[in-house]
Design a protein around this ligand. Structure first.
Ligand SMILES: Nc1ncnc2c1ncn2[C@@H]1O[C@H](COP(=O)(O)OP(=O)(O)O)[C@@H](O)[C@H]1O
Ligand SMILES: O=C(OP(=O)(O)O)[C@H](O)COP(=O)(O)O
Length: 402
């Protein structure tokens, strides 16, 4: 049994001393033309921020957003819209800090007024963040009193702010926020002794990131449903034509291993039997139904077809536990959202435990207004799946009691 996670209540926090807190959040929200399309992750961060504000803490909040190149500022990945939304929700001033690496925090913290919090610009503008660089972490921890992590959705990443920064603090100065505590409790309890049939639904676009998780689920699930961009690497590997759909050929060997492991353990794998395609990746493209698993040249799969949606829905509805990460199609484009909606609907009809995880998957279920009809909406996709497969997440490991 792993040691329990340190929580905010474990911190020896003195409200009178105006302590400085480095607060790692996952504010990686979907944006369209610079506008936030779903603020679930921002809302989920509020209880911890409010608790710290009530304790008179000087908050240095930070997050990543998307996957910038790591070579400096890129407008498309700026946290500025997130800062504006945070300010509205909390009714505080959010000071977006750009030059904090070499200059340090002392001046911005000194200048901080009551009712203001600092938000560091996207940490991934610095390549050292994803490299887990210790020198970078030392700079971020300089002059800070406490480290608090509430970035559940990023806990499977050993980025500098998730692991090397907390390691700059003694254990008694580190803690998890309320979101991590809540997610961990729910996800650990839900999977303690799951009843069969267990169904894992995978989709989305992070194929190389998540394919290893799929392999692990062949030892956990009875059914695996694979849709979204993830499906085309599997279909291609089975010898199907996939037209111009997204594919990751360097993962064919691993996909082959997944098929073999599933067969050996009697795990049923469901892949799309039909598709809704387009000639290009664009919101305005004309949807072309393709009634077979093979996709003709010149088209790309942008959603599962109605027959696949029906089959997937039936499996989901008849399960005792369903975990779902990754949309079935490009649900952000109205014409290609039906497959994801059908899966979401099936989740609400399933009488077992239903867990939806991931920034975009959570955004989808919120878009369809079904978030209150599933057992749990997790702010983490990769994080929740890795936790459910039994892994210790690097961001959690550094927050455990010794
Ligand atoms: N067939 C597809 N082709 C391209 N992109 C897709 C396809 N299906 C789903 N996607 C995209 O996958 C993205 C979400 O993937 P991912 O980040 O893995 O999910 P989550 O954030 O829920 O973990 C969405 O933006 C969606 O548009
Ligand atoms: O959106 C996230 O993960 P998710 O898509 O698995 O939910 C997290 O913010 C982690 O982002 P990353 O997968 O770019 O490291």
């Amino acid at each position: 049994m792993a040691n329990r996670i340190r929580t905010l209540e474990d911190l020896n926090f003195d409200s009178n001393s105006q302590s400085t807190v480095f607060l790692r959040l996952d504010l990686n929200v979907p944006l369209k033309n610079g506008k936030i399309t779903d603020d679930t992750r921002i809302q989920a961060a509020l209880p911890t921020i409010k608790w710290l504000l009530e304790k008179n803490a000087k908050i240095i909040a930070c997050s990543h957003l998307g996957r910038p190149k790591g070579t400096g500022f890129e407008n498309e990945f700026s946290l500025a819209p997130v800062g504006t939304r945070l300010a509205e929700l909390l009714n505080v001033d959010v000071v977006l800090a750009q030059d904090f690496i070499e200059d340090g925090f002392s001046k911005i913290v000194y200048d901080l007024k009551p009712n203001q919090i600092i938000l560091l610009e996207n940490l991934r503008f610095h390549k050292e963040e994803q490299a887990g660089n210790e020198g970078f972490a030392n700079k971020l921890a300089r002059g800070v009193d406490f480290y608090v992590n509430d970035a559940f959705g990023t806990c499977h990443r050993a980025d500098a702010s998730m692991v090397a920064v907390p390691e700059c603090f003694p254990l008694e100065k580190r803690a998890a926020g309320f979101l991590i505590a809540k997610e961990m409790q729910f996800l650990e309890d839900a999977f303690r002794a799951p009843k069969a049939p267990v169904t894992a639904v995978f989709g989305g676009s992070k194929v190389s990131d998540k394919i290893d998780i799929l392999r692990k689920f062949t030892t956990i699930a009875n059914n695996m449903i694979i849709g979204g961009a993830m499906a085309y690497t599997f279909l291609k590997c089975k010898g199907k034509n996939i037209g111009n759909s997204r594919v990751e050929p360097d993962k064919f060997a691993l996909v082959d291993e997944i098929f073999k492991a599933a067969e050996k353990r009697n795990v049923k794998i469901y892949l799309p039997e039909d598709h809704l395609c387009g000639a290009e990746f664009s919101e305005n493209v004309t949807p072309v139904p393709v009634g077979a698993a093979d996709i003709p040249e010149g088209l790309m799969g942008l959603d599962i077809g109605p027959r696949s949606a029906e089959v997937f829905a039936k499996v989901i509805e008849n399960s005792k536990v369903v975990v779902w990460n990754g949309p079935m199609g490009v649900f952000e484009f109205e014409a290609f959202s039906k497959g994801t909606k059908a899966v979401a609907e099936a989740m609400t009809k399933c009488e077992g435990i239903t867990i939806v995880g991931g920034g975009d998957s959570a955004a989808a279920i919120v878009k369809f207004k079904m978030q209150d009809k599933v057992t749990h909406v997790s702010t983490g996709g990769g994080a929740s799946m890795e936790l459910l497969e039994g892994k210790e997440l690097p961001g959690i490991r550094v927050l455990r009691m010794k």
